[in-house]
Ligand binder design. Structure first.
Ligand code: ADP
Length: 408
């Protein structure tokens, strides 16, 4: 048995993000933001899986076969038992599950019951890579942790109430309605967290602020948030639309698909693979990590330079468009792996927008930011910030709200 942690006097939430061959988890205290443990099970279903558990400032790594998600979660619970912290003493009030697609049904988190399980299952055609593993994680966790309430937190929820003009594709209404073709967005937990955090950081009521959030990670999305509510976002029916991403194309003329299908022998699966995994920065430059991209640019690699230019051009286009959608802009917030760490991308995306009141102070912008940081000059019309996202904390808070757990 492990030693109980002193912080375990507070209510905690176990956050689970279940992917196709991985389980990410975090045991977090929403009140204090303290992370009691975190970890990752990878290569589920392969001959040898990898497990990493971080607790009490120490990292434990194991390599062992993990046949399926049930086995993966059993291994995780075993590590909590063996290394700690002791879940029995951590006052776990809820398990919060990240679910990618909540469709038109969910505008907030939901206590998992049989209806919610069925809904997530039924929405799988809209997120075939994500909802099935998310659901497997929920099923397995409910079996192994039956005494704790489970809450589904949807990536689409923040965008559920986008204005119809922003959510609707201009295609035949009957086809769109029958097949649920509309814009759902994604990364909503992050966009909501960052846009609301910005208000707290600036000491302004969120109702007063018009904000553009740029979530730039491996996947990337932009949102326009008016008074705390999303009015536009760049991801669409799936996370393929919008900005240029690590390996995804973002926007392109749909006729490119007809062309490659009819004239170049691409199957539907080939097209899926092309646009989701062989496009974006990787498709243009051969690498998808921005650190490698910048190295190539410095070495004079023309393809890498073009990839960066295409990426920045798309970003700038969206910023201008969302400025127009909002009518007035108070804040631009950068977040996620690239947004938090890459000063070249931040400065490049906003270069030349001074006439719109958007400026970057190059000294303030320099370097990686692990804390919220204003990077615009004092007195600028638009405040530009870097705000590290924390999706696990946001999921934990939402889960607690749903179960109505009292404060310790
Ligand atoms: P996701 O959650 O979408 O997988 P992240 O938000 O973790 O992605 O972002 C990962 C990306 O962040 C990496 O692919 C890399 O391009 C970028 N990144 C991470 N660290 C840095 C850094 N120091 N400088 C530039 N880019 C970075």
């Amino acid at each position: 048995m492990s030693t109980p942690t002193p912080a375990a006097a507070h209510t905690s939430v176990l956050v689970i993000n279940s992917g196709s061959s991985s389980i990410k988890y975090q045991l977090v205290i929403p009140d204090t933001h303290e992370v009691l443990a975190s970890g990752l099970v990878e290569r589920i279903g392969e001959p040898v899986g990898a497990v990493k558990h971080v607790a009490h400032g120490e990292t434990t790594r194991r390599e062992l076969p993990v046949t399926d998600h049930a086995e993966g979660l059993r291994v995780v619970l075993g590590l909590f038992d063996e290394i700690g912290p002791d879940l029995g003493q951590a006052h776990v009030a809820a398990v919060g599950h990240r679910v990618v697609q909540g469709g038109a049904r969910y505008s907030g988190p939901a206590l998992v019951d049989e209806d919610v399980v069925r809904d997530i299952d039924e929405l799988s055609p809209l997120a075939p890579l994500h909802n099935p593993p998310n659901l497997t994680g929920i099923r397995v966790a409910r079996e192994l942790l039956p005494d704790v309430p489970h809450v589904a937190v949807f990536d689409t929820a923040f965008f559920r109430d986008l204005p119809a003009a922003a959510a609707t594709y201009a295609v035949d209404t009957e086809v769109a309605t029958t097949h649920q073709v509309r814009r759902y967005g994604a990364h909503g937990t992050s966009h909501q967290y960052v846009s609301h955090k910005v208000a707290r950081l600036l000491g302004r009521p969120v109702e007063e602020l018009n904000t553009i959030v740029l979530h730039l990670g491996n996947g990337a999305s932009a949102s326009a948030v008016r008074g705390g509510r999303a009015v536009e976002t760049s991801m669409g029916m799936t996370p393929l639309e919008g900005l240029v991403m690590g390996t995804r194309s973002g926007d392109l003329d749909p006729a490119v698909l007809f062309h490659l299908y009819r004239n170049a022998g691409f199957s539907v699966d080939d097209l899926d693979d092309l646009l989701n995994r062989r496009s974006g920065i990787k498709g243009l430059s051969g690498v998808n990590d921005f650190r490698e991209l910048h190295d190539l640019v410095e070495q004079g690699d023309a393809a890498a330079r073009l990839a960066l230019d295409v990426y920045l051009h798309r970003l700038r286009k969206y910023i201008g468009a969302y400025y127009a959608v909002l009518g007035r802009l108070d804040v631009i917030a950068f977040t996620a792996g690239v947004g938090e760490n890459d000063d070249i991308v931040r400065a490049g995306a906003l270069a030349g927008l001074e006439a719109l009141g958007i400026e970057v102070d190059l000294g303030r912008n320099a370097g990686r930011k692990s804390e919220p940081t204003v990077i615009s000059p004092d007195g600028a019309r638009v405040t530009v910030l870097v705000v590290p996202t924390n999706e696990e904390l946001a999921i934990a808070r939402q889960a607690l709200e749903v179960v109505g757990a009292g404060r310790a």
